[in-house]
Design a protein around this ligand. Structure first.
Ligand SMILES: [Zn+2]
Length: 616
């Protein structure tokens, strides 16, 4: 990688050319065209119970052959591992329960009179556990296709979208979801009363790169735009299909709330009409993938659900080895630290002996989380740096955010990541600095700065305060200007996205660190000699009126996977704020503290995999 040097420019003369502020509306227009809302999204519960209860969630992704499993045997595994919330598949390539609805055929492996989903749901209820039902309607039977050809996605030549055994996928704009889909979900709600309804794979093609030419799509588009569907997606098509997705998802949501108010509805692909998004991390992914996604979800949408599904796609449970267990521990720590349920995802029933190692580890982890459940109720991110980034739909991972997130994390600068400036606009948080990444929504930023705030724009010039026609050399510049009572900085041109691989040149990291130092001064929330791969997460528990400093040892991450982390000794931490005590919960020890100049210092004798320091 080419080593680059920053130059600092000050005292730049302002010219008349100033870019317009890019608002949420103009951004939305650029991406999708203007979006007319026909209705308000369902009123969110604030905050949802999933963000206030200390949950240990097991998520079993079943294949049709698993339908023959004995519910009691599967449930026994989950109870032994001490989970208190289980998500199970109700429908995916067939129903995992006996259904009375035509074309909702049971999986062929489901025994006569058998009820895998219902049996486990009943046992969970008897044991005061939360339950969830997962639905994937993308593999419907040939009988359904013959009886209801109007339900299905069609290519332009009239052919359907089918899987390898000829099961077909319905169109989100057809009457499948509002009629058949809602009937099936309602049946499960009536029979089993799940707390969560999760819908997988809702969008027709995963995104909007292709067009469905079913009769509903053809006639609805013609009626709305006065022309036939185009050959390739254009702005009007994207607007059309997004509005259709919103409307259909809202119908599902309303049916669910009507039947069982308080149910959490998570549509993996829908932002505005459900309580959550689909977050996903695969085994071996970027070390901060779970952290960044949950941080962003919880900050951007504090009243919604943020569960990261971390699992291996190996398809072969025998590949679940000790390396995977080391990664599982780190992901667990990250889930809990960033304020989501600790969650365990598996591809099978857990009855295979090869799952024993990971279940034993989950049981050890769950026992600790159960004993320390007071730490994992409602937690709020109390970082004083806000990272504003481009909004993402499905999938939720944000590649362009990785570089800046890794740098901030490894410099131990706590950061809250958001896809919207809501917390700035409603002044729910007091930030020392707002970092604006390319593509971020900027409503209210100028006002925030003029009132005395500080903003750093990376790799895109600010739309105010700094001339847009700067002639920059072919190297990153750092420019600072006063605007109103505040200050803006510009750092660019600098593609920071590639730095997540841990390949940033030392000189660049030092320069970025210097810029942070100049912008944050000596008031940094954390000053520490901890190694970069010790992730520190600073959270606040409003109910308990105390702060938590989570330390996650990520040093076990290697190019190929995970090994046991290094053990770190004597980590010194200097924190901004007034506290009177510090207790390390994992090592069960009170830490010596000293105070000076409004700051608070402590020393952690040893860090193995994880620690959480309670500051009160
Ligand atoms: Zn269609």
């Amino acid at each position: 990688m080419k080593r680059r040097k920053f130059i600092s420019i000050s005292g730049i003369a302002i010219t008349s050319s100033v870019l317009p502020v890019m608002t949420a509306r103009t951004f939305s227009d650029l991406v999708t065209g203007s979006r007319a809302k026909t209705d308000l999204p369902p009123a969110p519960l604030k905050p949802t119970w999933i963000n206030t209860e200390s949950l240990r969630l097991a998520w079993c992704h079943l294949s049709p052959q698993h339908a023959s499993a004995d519910p009691e045997a599967v449930f026994d595994r989950l109870v032994k591992a001490d989970f208190n919330c289980i998500m199970n598949t109700a429908v995916d390539e067939g129903a995992y329960y006996p259904s009375n609805i035509p074309f909702n055929e049971a999986c062929t492996a489901l025994p006569e009179g058998g009820d895998l989903y219902g049996g486990m749901a009943k046992l969970a209820k008897q044991n005061n556990m939360r339950t969830g039902a997962r639905f994937d309607f993308t593999h419907l039977s040939k009988e359904a296709l013959e009886a209801h050809p109007e339900w299905f996605i069609r290519h332009k030549d009239g052919s359907t979208v089918t899987d390898s055994v000829g099961r077909a996928k319905p169109c989100l704009n057809s009457n499948f979801y509002p009629t058949q889909g809602v009937s099936i979900i309602t049946e499960v709600l009536e029979k089993y009363e799940p707390d969560i309804v999760y819908i997988n794979w809702f969008l027709n093609f995963g995104g909007h790169e292709k067009i469905c030419y079913c009769e509903s799509c053809k006639s609805d588009f013609q009626e709305k735009y006065g022309r036939p569907l185009p050959d390739e997606p254009d702005a009007e098509f994207v607007e059309f299909i997004e509005e259709a997705a919103d409307n259909t998802s809202r119908k599902i949501a309303n049916a669910i709330y009507k039947k069982r108010p308080g149910t959490l509805y998570i549509n993996a692909d829908e932002d505005d009409t459900s309580h959550g998004h689909h977050l996903e991390t695969h085994a071996g992914d970027w070390i901060y993938s779970s952290s960044e996604q949950i941080n962003r979800q919880r900050t951007s949408y504090p009243d919604r659900v943020g569960i990261d599904q971390w699992f291996s796609y190996s398809g072969d449970p025998s590949e679940f080895d000790s390396n995977l267990v080391e990664e599982m521990k780190v992901r667990y720590y990250q889930f809990g630290a960033h304020g989501s349920p600790v969650a365990f995802c598996t591809q099978g029933t857990l009855l295979n002996p090869s799952h024993q190692v990971e279940l034993e580890e989950a049981a050890r982890l769950n026992a600790w989380y159960k004993e320390n459940s007071d730490l994992f109720g409602l937690q709020l991110n109390r970082s004083r740096v806000l990272l504003l980034c481009r909004p993402e739909t499905s999938p939720r991972s944000n590649h362009t955010n990785k570089g800046i997130y890794a740098l901030m994390t490894e410099l131990h600068i706590p950061v809250a990541v958001s896809e919207n400036p809501d917390s700035l606009k409603n002044a729910s948080q007091d930030y020392d600095l707002v970092i604006v990444m390319p593509g971020a929504l900027m409503d209210g930023i100028q006002e925030y700065v003029e009132k005395g705030g500080r903003a750093l724009f990376i790799d895109q010039p600010p739309p105010f305060g700094i001339p847009s026609n700067l002639e920059l050399e072919d190297k990153p510049a750092h420019i600072t200007r006063d605007v109103g009572n505040g200050q803006i900085s510009y750092l660019g041109q600098w593609d920071i996205s590639e730095y997540y691989m841990g390949e940033a040149p030392t000189a660049d990291i030092e320069m970025f660190s210097d810029i942070m130092e100049s912008l944050l001064g000596n008031d940094r929330q954390i000053i520490t000699d901890a190694p970069p791969r010790v992730e520190m997460v600073l959270m606040y528990q409003p109910d308990q009126q105390r702060s938590l400093l989570h330390l996650i040892n990520c040093s076990g991450k290697t190019q190929a996977g995970f090994r046991k982390p290094e053990i770190f000794k004597e980590i010194n931490i200097d924190l901004a704020g007034e506290f009177s005590s510090a207790r390390a919960r994992v090592s069960k020890s009170d830490l010596d503290i000293s105070k000076r100049n409004g700051r608070f210092t402590l020393s952690l004798p040893v860090l193995n995999g994880y620690e959480v320091i309670v500051l009160s």
